[in-house]
Design a protein. Structure first.
Length: 291
């Protein structure tokens, strides 16, 4: 993979994101898609676990916060659903494989295909080029962005959910497993927005609270005109700085927009917030990116 994938680090530090087209092969993308199909086919969804995933703040608090299922998903492979796919009793209104929003948050640890991708030599080489000394993998997700119903993801910074001291130690790797277009819900970014810190944090609520997580601070009103779309073809990798502001729109098209994403923390001289929803566990300490 030599020089052709040598990222323009200057560009990454300037914008807070970097697009590396064709970083993964079509075969690698297809292996992840077929693996996830097998995982869904085997999925048993207990009714009390039918947490609908949402990015709107109140719904986040209600759906994720009232649910242990989300809070304890850091070291497991669990299923989250789009809004409106379940009736009042929790039964699916559409086929389960069409209703799923995302699968998280430990595919990188427990699934051989996703583990191999996460720790692939080219990812490790990219980490070294970025100057990461002790990178660890904190979470991974498979995101479906289903045709017609794949919900919008409102403007946010990943460090809101994955807080470190100091800031600037979180890096997202976002892999398009199908072409991501403006029609099917590609990512949008505000270039340079990673330099102003964060304004909001999602923290574990005090025990006894009605929700398990709460938000501290508030998300500013971002100017829609500042966002630029980042369409990327199948196999493309987008590097995402932990504090860059990004979003995606509702997928109103007829095609899905599958992606696999994982987050890495530079663990050297960094502390992971004890208030983050996601915590390393004795069963799954954050694994080193480098093998």
């Amino acid at each position: 993979s030599g020089g052709e994938h040598s990222p323009c680090l200057f560009q990454f530090h300037k914008d807070g994101f970097l697009v590396l087209e064709h970083f993964f092969s079509a075969e690698e993308c297809d292996s992840m898609r077929s693996q996830i199909q097998g995982i869904i086919a085997a999925m048993e969804v207990p009714p009390h676990c039918r947490t609908e995933f949402s990015t709107r703040e109140e719904e986040q608090l209600q759906a994720q916060g009232s649910s242990d299922y989300f809070l304890t998903s850091g070291d497991k492979i669990r299923f989250f659903f789009e809004k409106g796919v379940l009736d009042k009793k929790g039964n699916f209104l559409i086929p389960k494989e069409k209703s799923i929003s995302k699968i998280g948050h430990a595919l990188h640890a427990y699934d051989p295909v996703f583990k191999q991708i996460t720790h692939s030599p080219k990812v490790q080489e990219l980490g070294r080029k970025l100057g990461l000394e002790r990178p660890v993998v904190v979470q991974s997700m498979y995101i479906f962005k289903q045709p017609g119903i794949g919900g919008e993801v409102t403007p946010h910074q990943d460090a809101t959910f994955l807080h470190t001291e100091p800031l600037g130690r979180i890096l997202g790797f976002w892999i398009a497993l199908e072409d991501a277009t403006q029609e099917n819900g590609c990512l949008w970014f505000i270039p340079g927005s990673h330099t102003n810190g964060i304004t909001r944090r999602m923290v574990r609520a005090a025990s006894g609270a009605s929700t398990c997580v709460e938000f501290v601070g508030s998300e500013p009103a971002y100017d829609d005109n500042q966002f630029i779309p980042l369409p990327v073809s199948k196999g493309g990798l987008i590097l995402i700085h932990g504090e860059v502001v990004h979003k995606s729109e509702l997928n109103s098209s007829g095609s899905s927009r599958h992606a696999f994403t994982f987050h890495v923390m530079e663990a050297k001289d960094t502390s992971w917030s004890k208030e983050n929803w996601l915590q390393p566990t004795p069963e799954l300490p954050f694994p080193s990116l480098y093998t």
